[in-house]
Write a new protein. Structure first.
Length: 420
């Protein structure tokens, strides 16, 4: 690696244009299309738009994007090329051309979320963003935060910290399981608001059951009660179009390394201009730039990779990706109804559905053993859900999954769970 010259780096980057591309002192950072290769490809519906492949083994079925997504080879290429470029001239690139390129990615990421450039900063993940929001709010003893009983630990630890150290109170709405009526969810939240509720904190899509909450309506309810709406968007961005202005939320935190297929350890945080005086984290003291005196040095190559991931998704069209993901998900949902020993706890096809399906297993079934068997014997990766939420498994469907993956999962579940 140390023997690579700038010319060799340029050669490795290839000549393909990409949104992540940036000219940095003669070092061009760009995602390239490697064409055919080993690994798993995207679903055939996208084949005419891209030949990019993933390192996922072709004979494995990956149904766990809700935990972590897989980077396309083009994203890996852009990230590693940026890293090599950085190491050829560390100080010059980190504080010069590469930083400028990374901040352009941040601005493009803002557009990806439907926000203005100065409303979005780059984070490490959703949890990082949620922590920034909670810190910036500086809640006081007696203040209340309203959330749900299906939040991810990374989306509620920030409120639990404030509960322990600042004396706030947390109220939780119990979501229907499965949820079938968005109006019912809105009614539950409205009924739980109190005069001391300062924040309503919900997931755009719950990590447990893949329930898409009616965020726009919840924003109206929160604002009518004088509260801010903070959204954990970890399971939404990249799986479907997200427009934070249309949603009306005050803050939106998401991980780019799930459905957006970006390098691990990248995320985004949106803070509405209207909420700036109420949410003031120290990291944004000097603004949302990728590098400021308040942020310190960050992982610029990963940010360049994030730009390549956004370019990849936009080339395929996020709306088309969402349609595909839901089509495979709905096929999976229908197939699961044939199993007597499982209870589907995700919404049926419709407005509340997202590309995840969760099942609850009988209490005498060892969920961990089933998960392990699927991985080791059947080469299928799935998520075991937290026992305190749902005693069961979750399946995520994304652009590298096909209907044949559903068939493979059904056959494997029949072997592992017994007769249908």
């Amino acid at each position: 690696m140390s023997k690579l010259s700038r010319r060799q780096v340029l050669s490795a980057l290839g000549a393909g244009a990409a949104a992540a591309a940036a000219t940095t002192a003669g070092c061009r950072v760009a995602a390239r299309n490697p064409g055919a290769g080993v690994g798993r490809g995207i679903a055939p519906v996208f084949a005419e738009r891209s030949s990019v492949r993933f390192l996922l083994p072709a004979d494995h079925v990956f149904l766990n994007t809700g935990s972590l997504g897989a980077c396309p080879e083009a994203v890996l290429d852009a990230t590693m090329a940026a890293w090599r470029c950085l190491e050829l001239a560390p100080v010059h690139e980190e504080f010069g051309p590469l930083r400028v390129a990374a901040d352009r990615v941040r601005q493009r990421a803002a557009a990806f979320l439907g926000a203005e450039p100065d409303e979005v900063c780059v984070t490490r993940n959703t949890t990082d963003g949620m922590n920034l929001v909670a810190e910036g709010l500086a809640l006081q003893a007696g203040d209340r935060v309203l959330t749900t009983d299906h939040e991810h630990p990374g989306g509620e630890r920030c409120w639990q910290h404030a509960e322990r150290h600042r004396g706030i109170a947390i109220d939780r709405v119990r979501l229907p399981l499965p949820a079938v009526d968005p109006d019912r969810i809105v009614q539950l939240v409205r009924a739980a608001l109190t005069p001391k509720t300062r924040v309503v904190s919900v997931s755009h899509v719950t990590s447990t059951t893949g329930t898409r909450l009616p965020v726009r309506q919840l924003a109206e309810v929160a604002h009518a009660g004088g509260a801010l709406l903070v959204v954990d968007g970890a399971q939404a961005a990249g799986a479907a179009p997200v427009d934070v202005h249309e949603l009306g939320c005050d803050a939106y935190a998401c991980s780019a390394h799930k459905w957006m297929l970006a390098p691990k350890g990248t995320g985004l945080l949106y803070l509405a201009k209207s909420a700036r005086e109420r949410i003031t984290p120290s990291r944004l003291f000097d603004g949302p730039g990728v590098y400021t005196a308040a942020t310190g040095t960050g992982d610029l190559p990963a940010v360049i990779g994030l730009g390549a991931a956004i370019e990849f998704l936009e080339r395929l069209d996020v709306t088309a990706i969402a349609a595909h993901d839901l089509a495979v998900r709905d096929r999976l949902y229908e197939a699961l109804t044939a199993f007597d020993r499982v209870r589907i706890v995700s919404p049926p096809p419709g407005d509340l559905a997202a590309p995840m399906v969760a099942i609850e297993l009988h209490e005498d079934v060892d969920c961990g053993a089933v998960r392990d068997a699927l991985r080791e014997r059947d080469r299928i990766a799935v998520k075991q859900l937290p026992a305190n939420k749902v005693h069961g498994l979750r399946f995520s469907t994304h652009l590298y999954n096909t209907m044949s993956d559903v068939d493979a999962l059904m056959a494997a579940l029949e072997r592992e769970l017994g007769d249908r």
